[in-house]
Write a protein that binds this ligand. Structure first.
Ligand code: FES
Length: 281
């Protein structure tokens, strides 16, 4: 367990580890009756043949997943799925904004930008210090690491949009500077990504968001993950998961994320009862 309700899993799968790129995701099933859970690849080690996943135990299936012990096997894992991150941006600064568990998927992307010679700034936001994880890991692969918490218990008491706005404001007159901000990446709760996008809008810097829509098959067949991008219907699993943040219909994404709330709650209540567990709020 990294912090309450958030778990790191290292999965041995040499073929997948060989092919995984920053931005890819996998779909896993804890057991044959489990839901298919999409998880972005948080790290990979080609030599050891492993990939790292970070799981937030919030529903029935994610709880089943985090109950697996070292040496257990997943029922299934498919991937790598989706398009890898677009790392071909002009040399300069890249701002990576991660909210909550979003630091996990942002990590390999930030590392890849750093390896390509970019100046990387990570803004890592969390509700409080007890929910922060991978801070040292993130700090080790970037040039500047800014932590914000809602209650000020670690880093700066602010929303991630505050330092984002300051950085973009400072960048305003330096568009020809070699260290100018060339791209913004945002991964986290949809509402956070929406507000990062709105914050970035006046500054004429491209922004990319990795969308966490509901997924079922992960192969473009079911339509469950559909989103509106620039007025067109796209499927997060095969067309994404990363999209131009300015083109995303954020309100539709957020309303679709609530589609199964009631069913998920019933399922979790039933599972908790059967397993005799306590529901962590
Ligand atoms: Fe089914 Fe994308 S998850 S179409």
């Amino acid at each position: 367990m990294l912090v309450p309700s958030i778990y790191e899993m290292v999965v041995y799968h040499p073929r997948l580890a060989r092919k995984a790129q920053p931005g890819h995701f996998v779909i896993v099933m804890a057991d044959e009756r489990g839901e298919r859970i999409p998880l972005t690849v948080a790290d990979f080690d080609r030599e050891k043949g492993t990939i790292t996943l970070v799981v937030m135990a919030i529903g029935t299936s994610t709880r089943k997943l985090v109950r697996l012990a070292e040496g257990d096997s997943l029922f299934a894992m498919i991937g790598p799925l989706g398009h890898a991150s677009e790392l071909d941006v002009p040399q300069g600064t890249v701002i990576m904004v991660a909210g909550g568990v979003g630091i996990a998927p942002i990590y390999p992307i930030a590392r890849a930008f750093k390896e390509k010679g970019h100046r990387v700034i990570i803004i890592q936001g969390s509700r409080n210090k007890d929910l922060l994880f991978w801070t040292e890991k993130a700090a080790a692969i970037c040039d500047e690491h800014i932590i914000t918490t809602d209650d000020g218990s670690a880093g700066r008491k602010a929303l991630v949009t505050e330092p984002l706005k300051e950085l973009l404001e400072a960048n305003r007159d330096h568009e020809n500077d070699p260290a100018a901000v060339r791209c913004i990446y945002t991964i986290g709760p949809a509402v956070m990504m929406k507000f990062c996008t709105l914050t970035a809008q006046p500054y004429n810097v491209p922004a990319v968001a990795s969308l966490n829509s509901i997924m079922i098959d992960g192969t473009g067949m079911c339509g469950g993950c559909r989103v509106r991008i620039g007025g067109e219907t796209k499927f997060t699993c095969v067309d994404g998961p990363e999209f131009d943040a300015f083109a995303v219909d954020w309100n539709l994404l957020m309303s679709r994320q609530k589609t199964y709330c009631e069913a998920e709650k019933c399922s979790l209540d039933r599972y908790v009862q059967q397993a005799g567990m306590e529901v962590q709020k």
